[in-house]
Design a protein around this ligand. Structure first.
Ligand SMILES: *[C@@H]1O[C@H](CO)[C@@H](O)[C@H](O)[C@H]1NC(C)=O
Ligand SMILES: *[C@@H]1O[C@H](CO)[C@@H](O)[C@H](O)[C@H]1NC(C)=O
Ligand SMILES: *[C@@H]1O[C@H](CO)[C@@H](O)[C@H](O)[C@H]1NC(C)=O
Ligand SMILES: *[C@@H]1O[C@H](CO)[C@@H](O)[C@H](O)[C@H]1NC(C)=O
Ligand SMILES: *[C@@H]1O[C@H](CO)[C@@H](O)[C@H](O)[C@H]1NC(C)=O
Length: 318
């Protein structure tokens, strides 16, 4: 009885611990850029509008596309905000990520009128948030850009083939994503070469038309040399589009099937019930009441036990 109760409390404490870890994470990339120049008065209307737009950005819970778009205020004090998640993120996970980002980004960027920032652990955490004093809707913006890569290099004997295969795969995906109907402006696939498979995903914000989406991705592809060259995996982000490629299928499996199931949550809940035999009724009630909350937390938090372990490369902005 005592040890069963202990197991249960350790379980609760570990959930609490991982929740803290999530909120304490730094943004993986950010830039307080000012294309229109300027800062705002921290006691003025722009600040209030910024707080309002960030608070209401994800209030529409019927959005399942992972793209959020909102504005607040009037005239020169209007603040426009938008957010984009990787296509395989569930709505809850996407909103949770934006929710954390919207707390941290204004802190990092203080009184700057424009900012962009986001997370990507290449697993279950992915979102990009930006705000500015102009309406970005439908406008293609390929700067600033951010990139990350793996340190592992492609074996020398495959470099040329790798280079060609990667380019033809991503070029094909760019055409598909650009032509795709909104809101699903992305494409994912793999190519087979003598060294194995190479997987790719390209994505535009769904407000872009075909021409703008293709332009954005074509320009972003020119960052390949800076970013990735002979690296086995890499990603480049811009405000309007992003691409990634890798030799492993992790992201591809998720993108090409519906948002992931929650089996692991069920397994955890079942094992708690089994170990707390004498508290089964009480625990059952607690689980029933908390179940929804646990599922949400679990989905976000488990991947952060080892945050960003694959992101050993550099992140550069310009
Ligand atoms: C996003 O903002 C633009 C411009 O304000 C608006 O036309 C559009 O309807 C908005 N879209 C969504 C999904 O909110
Ligand atoms: C965002 O986090 C706050 C607490 O910090 C919470 O009250 C709110 O419900 C969250 N919103 C979403 C959409 O998850
Ligand atoms: C805000 O923008 C200014 C340029 O106007 C820049 O020098 C400054 O570094 C930015 N602030 C932050 C926190 O990056
Ligand atoms: C890969 O191909 C591009 C041209 O498509 C070239 O600029 C680059 O140098 C090549 N990289 C390697 C490592 O061969
Ligand atoms: C696509 O959007 C851009 C930017 O808004 C615009 O200049 C262009 O005319 C549009 N192209 C088409 C074919 O609608």
């Amino acid at each position: 009885m005592a040890s069963a109760t202990l197991v249960f409390f350790i379980f609760l404490i570990s959930i609490h611990f991982f929740t803290l870890t999530l909120s304490q994470l730094h943004l993986q990339y950010n830039n307080c850029y000012v294309p229109n120049g300027g800062t705002f008065d921290p006691t003025g209307p722009y600040k209030r509008n910024l707080e309002q737009v960030l608070n209401t950005l994800t209030t529409d819970t019927t959005i399942t596309s992972g793209f959020y778009n909102s504005s607040a205020g009037t005239g020169t004090n209007t603040v426009y905000a938008r957010a984009l998640c990787r296509p395989d993120m569930s709505s809850e996970t996407c909103r949770d990520c934006i929710n954390v980002t919207r707390e941290i980004l204004p802190t990092l960027c203080q009184n700057n009128r424009s900012a962009i920032g986001g997370y990507d652990d290449d697993k279950d955490i992915n979102c990009m948030l930006r705000y500015a004093d102009y309406n970005q809707f439908g406008i293609m913006e390929d700067k600033p850009y951010f990139y990350v890569n793996t340190l592992k290099l492609v074996d020398n004997q495959y470099v040329d083939e790798f280079n060609r295969t990667r380019k033809s795969l991503l070029d094909k995906l760019i055409i598909q994503a650009a032509a795709a109907d909104s809101p699903d402006k992305y494409a994912a696939d793999f190519a087979v070469a003598s060294f194995g498979r190479i997987y790719g995903l390209v994505q535009c914000t769904p407000d872009l038309n075909e021409t703008s989406c293709k332009n954005c991705l074509d320009i972003t592809m020119t960052r390949m040399t800076d970013c990735c060259d002979t690296k086995q995996g890499g990603r480049v982000y811009t405000p309007s589009c992003n691409f990634r490629y890798a030799l492993n299928a992790d992201f591809f499996k998720r993108v090409t099937r519906p948002p992931k199931e929650k089996n692991h949550t069920v397994i955890i809940i079942v094992s708690v019930i089994v170990s707390v035999v004498t508290l089964v009724t009480l625990v059952g009630i607690v689980i029933f009441l908390k179940r929804k909350k646990w599922e949400e937390e679990d989905e976000n938090i488990l991947p952060l036990i080892k945050p960003f372990e694959e992101l050993v490369g550099q992140i550069t902005q310009s």
